[in-house]
Design a binder for this molecule. Structure first.
Ligand code: SAM
Ligand code: SF4
Length: 481
């Protein structure tokens, strides 16, 4: 590596998870409502004090988050957005990591009343990709320039840990070593027992992602009608078990629309604190799905607690302040304009050119999980990022492959070292994308952005990165710090 750092060497094989009682619901509904009730109509000064603390990148307590959530003064909200932008710039710079979801199987034994894959949706054609179909999907994503996949599976005996591991191995092997291969596979699948999580870890996954959907137990039990997912506590402790199994990179989320958004945000941050307390590491990422219309689901057509765009922006901004070092993920579910705004407020990863059907990258969508808000191609998303958000689309997978995961990754972030790795790697992988996949228009716009970014660097750092860009131009691939 061009930058040597003692923290870069591999990460712990095991994570010390404290004794915990998986029969206890650590989400205390009354405590959350008290926080909200006790902080109604906060005055401007109280809100500004919270913003001042957040500016110092120290994160926020639940009480401070409640103050921000209860603020009704629009002028102070503008200050909130400005602080979120400042934190995003200080920690993440202007890079945006891109990924694509790959739906491997829509077989599902659960009946989640918001999801098109529900076992009660008898109209849905069911499919698990065969090995050949999986390879074809990965090749299509590789041809688009993707380097990161989020593999998605319904909860079904067919999609057991062994089958998931086999599919991940297949995906990693497509064009392996030939340049252009997928370099990181994150997984979104049902929670498992610790032993199965150990098996999952052997597939060299990136992040294990699983959303609680709703942290409000009564709501949770009302919308999950069938199958193992009905068990609220089994899902609530999924990340504890994943950590016990040595998976130190986990992603959590709420499906907004099921219950009160203020409650859900405070409860999700309670989950973050519980993981930090019991496992010593918080989540690597937080995702922000909102319910989208799904075939066969009347609930998804009329979600009980609609979160409008303005509220959604506030939720993302407040989360950026509360957990400044946690990556925030926006899916393709949001339309292009809103995504643009959310990027500036702190989102650090987005999906691009996505399909939500098994086999969807090689056929028309007829069995999608839900409909998408953004239909643009990868090249259009990249061009939009460059032109309108002045962001560097990043295809970097360096941290995970250098062992900068879990507590190491967060430790690095806390010391603001991300700029040392992420920014250079973003430029190098973006250059690779421009050379190999971009349209002429995107390539020109991208080259101009890279030149402008290089101008901002110190001479030594610039020399290092330019050397990597020259190697990339000469045909070398997969260079990263
Ligand atoms: N079956 C696994 C599970 O439920 O955790 C993983 C796959 S599931 C398709 C992934 C996520 O999709 C769920 O956690 C849920 O938040 C999201 N989802 C389901 N229905 C949705 C809808 N109508 N709109 C937006 N997101 C939805
Ligand atoms: Fe199945 Fe997951 Fe959809 Fe629920 S959200 S029906 S578990 S795929």
């Amino acid at each position: 590596p061009l930058i040597s750092d003692p923290l870069v060497s591999g990460h712990a094989e095991t994570i010390q998870v404290k004794d915990y009682n998986p029969t206890v619901n650590f989400i205390d509904d009354d405590a959350i409502w008290s926080l909200l009730n006790n902080n109604q109509h906060p005055d401007k000064e109280a809100v500004r004090q919270v913003l001042e603390k957040a500016r110092r990148l120290q994160g926020l307590t639940l009480e401070e988050v409640a103050v921000l959530l209860q603020n009704q003064d629009a002028t102070v909200d503008e200050e909130l957005f400005a602080v979120a932008r400042g934190i995003k710039d200080a920690i993440y710079g202007n890079r945006i990591v891109l990924f694509a979801p790959l739906y491997v199987s829509n077989y599902c034994a659960n009946a989640c009343s918001y999801c098109g894959f529900s076992a009660d949706n008898h109209e849905l054609p069911r499919k698990t990709l065969s090995e050949q179909e999986l390879i074809a999907e990965v090749e299509t994503l590789e041809d688009m320039g993707h380097k990161r996949i989020l593999a998605v599976y319904g909860e079904h005996p067919r999609n057991n840990a062994r089958a998931i591991v086999d599919s991940i191995k297949t995906m990693y092997n497509v064009r392996k070593g030939k340049g252009g291969e997928i370099r990181r596979i994150n997984v979104n699948c049902a929670p498992m027992d610790t032993e199965d999580f150990k098996l999952l870890k052997t597939a060299a996954i990136g992040t294990y992602q699983c959303f609680q959907e709703s942290y409000h137990r009564t709501t949770y039990e009302q919308v999950h009608l069938k199958g193992r997912k009905k068990d609220f506590l089994y899902r609530l402790y999924a990340m504890h078990r994943a950590m016990e199994a040595g998976i130190d990179d986990v992603g959590i989320g709420v499906l907004f629309g099921l219950y009160d958004h203020k409650f859900e945000l405070l409860a999700m941050l309670t989950h973050v604190q519980q993981l930090e307390q019991d496992c010593g590491i918080g989540p690597h990422t937080i995702s922000f799905p909102r319910i989208e219309p799904a075939d066969g689901s009347s609930l998804s057509e009329r979600p009980p607690y609609v979160v409008d765009d303005a509220t959604f922006k506030r939720l993302v901004a407040i989360t950026r302040l509360a957990v400044p070092y946690t990556g925030l993920i926006m899916s393709t579910r949001e339309n292009a304009e809103l995504r643009r705004e959310l990027l500036s407020l702190g989102v650090s990863q987005i999906s691009a050119g996505s399909r939500t059907t098994p086999g969807g990258y090689n056929q028309e969508d007829d069995a999608a999980q839900f409909s998408l808000g953004d239909h643009r191609s990868m090249d259009e998303v990249v061009l939009d990022l460059v032109k309108h958000s002045h962001s560097i689309p990043s295809f970097c997978t360096g941290c995970y492959r250098k062992g900068r995961t879990g507590d190491h990754f967060i430790g690095l972030a806390k010391q603001q070292f991300i700029g040392k790795f992420c920014q250079p790697n973003a430029l190098i992988t973006f250059k690779e994308y421009l050379n190999d996949y971009a349209s002429e228009q995107t390539r020109k716009a991208g080259e101009a952005l890279i030149a402008a970014e290089l101008d901002k660097l110190s001479p030594a750092r610039r020399r290092n990165i330019e050397a990597c860009l020259t190697r990339t131009d000469a045909g070398e691939r997969d260079i990263y710090l």
